[in-house]
Design a binder for this molecule. Structure first.
Ligand code: SF4
Ligand code: SF4
Length: 337
């Protein structure tokens, strides 16, 4: 059984929750889009449910909260190190089904891949998720193909309705807050049943497809800007950055900053070597990581089909289009052998 709340009652519930949580959701940032004179939808703190953008896809994902672009890990002086303080409050993150599936990918990488990342874990343990139901597919989404269009693993689900909001609360600790305020009503979170974009990943896909000529197209088309990685909710690579407060380099802070496998420098090694200098080779690595080798390790595909990489690419390169070329490439490679 779900609940229906007026906007005022929902905001009163958020006000109660804000005593213990910072609440993040996709919000409109005027003029913030990389394409000129357009707004950007990205994650920010909210106080009212009216600030949440339900009717458009966010350009960036929940990753902005769980894995910030730049995060100070510790401070150092000549003979002392002090760990950076964690957030005092917990976090509540509004997100869509595909992104909630992406959280599982991030958890597996940061908590189940042979080590537990201390900084990720201390934040992750304090985070709860609010599912935003999707009534219809957005441009470039292919969540149905990736089986991420529906999700039941949420603390709260919500979507706008006439004269208020429909919701389903699963978090025991929040029952008193929402059930005491809402009017019982039938509600199941909406989920997309069909996307206009569909992808098909060949069952016979192996690393042999790396030999295909298809990757050469991207040597010239891709400009290795890395936008696709930063917009992707499942890209989790980072690098380290030391900021020095003094000229002698003995006091400062170490930050973890997001990294991109598409940009120059990512595969540089000592002695001046570079494992993937051609942009097409970087594309091959990224695509096969998303739809081949991650699955070999974890049993399911990394890509969740959110389509943000296609939305944001300045060269109009389509990730779903590349995935749909793999079947032909597999056949060509098999024929050549
Ligand atoms: S690869 Fe593209 S479609 Fe897949 S999860 Fe990342 S941004 Fe979304
Ligand atoms: S695929 Fe597009 S967004 Fe990604 S690095 Fe290349 S040009 Fe940039």
């Amino acid at each position: 059984m779900g609940l229906k709340l007026s906007k005022e009652d929902f905001d009163a519930c958020l006000a109660q929750l804000s005593a213990d949580y910072d609440i993040y959701a996709p919000v409109r940032m005027a003029g913030g889009n990389p394409f000129s004179d357009t707004d950007c939808i990205r994650y920010g703190k909210i106080e009212s449910i009216e600030e949440v953008i339900f009717e458009e896809k966010s350009n960036y994902s929940y990753k902005e909260v769980l894995l910030p672009l730049s995060e100070t890990l510790f401070y150092f002086t000549e003979n002392q190190v002090k760990e950076a303080d964690g957030k005092e409050k917990g976090g509540i993150i509004f997100l869509r089904s595909c992104d909630l599936h992406a959280v599982k990918r991030m958890d597996d990488i940061y908590l189940e891949n042979g080590f537990e990342d201390y900084y990720y874990k201390r934040l992750r343990e304090k985070v709860k998720f609010v599912l935003m139901g999707c009534k219809e597919s957005f441009e470039n989404c292919f969540c149905v193909s990736m089986n991420t269009n529906a999700c039941s693993d949420y603390d709260l689900a919500v979507e706008p309705a006439e004269d208020g909001y429909l919701l389903d609360c699963k978090a025991d600790a929040w029952q008193d807050i929402f059930a005491a305020t809402g009017e019982p009503t039938a509600y199941e979170p909406s989920c997309v049943k069909e996307n206009s974009v569909k992808v098909s990943i060949p069952d016979s896909l192996t690393a042999e497809v790396a030999k295909s000529e298809m990757w050469r197209e991207y040597d010239g088309r891709c400009v290795n800007c890395g936008r696709c990685n930063f917009a992707c909710p499942t890209c989790t690579c980072f690098t380290m950055q030391d900021i020095f407060y003094t000229d002698n380099g003995k006091a400062g802070e170490r930050r973890r900053v997001q990294a991109s496998c598409m940009v120059d420098g990512f595969t540089d090694v000592a002695g001046g070597g570079c494992y993937r200098s051609k942009n097409g080779d970087r594309m091959r690595f990224k695509v096969l990581h998303k739809v081949l080798d991650y699955k070999q390790r974890f049993g399911y595909h990394m890509c969740v089909g959110c389509g943000r990489c296609d939305d944001i690419c300045p060269e109009y390169i389509s990730f779903s289009g590349i995935v749909n070329k793999l079947a032909q490439a597999v056949t060509e490679v098999e024929t050549d052998e």
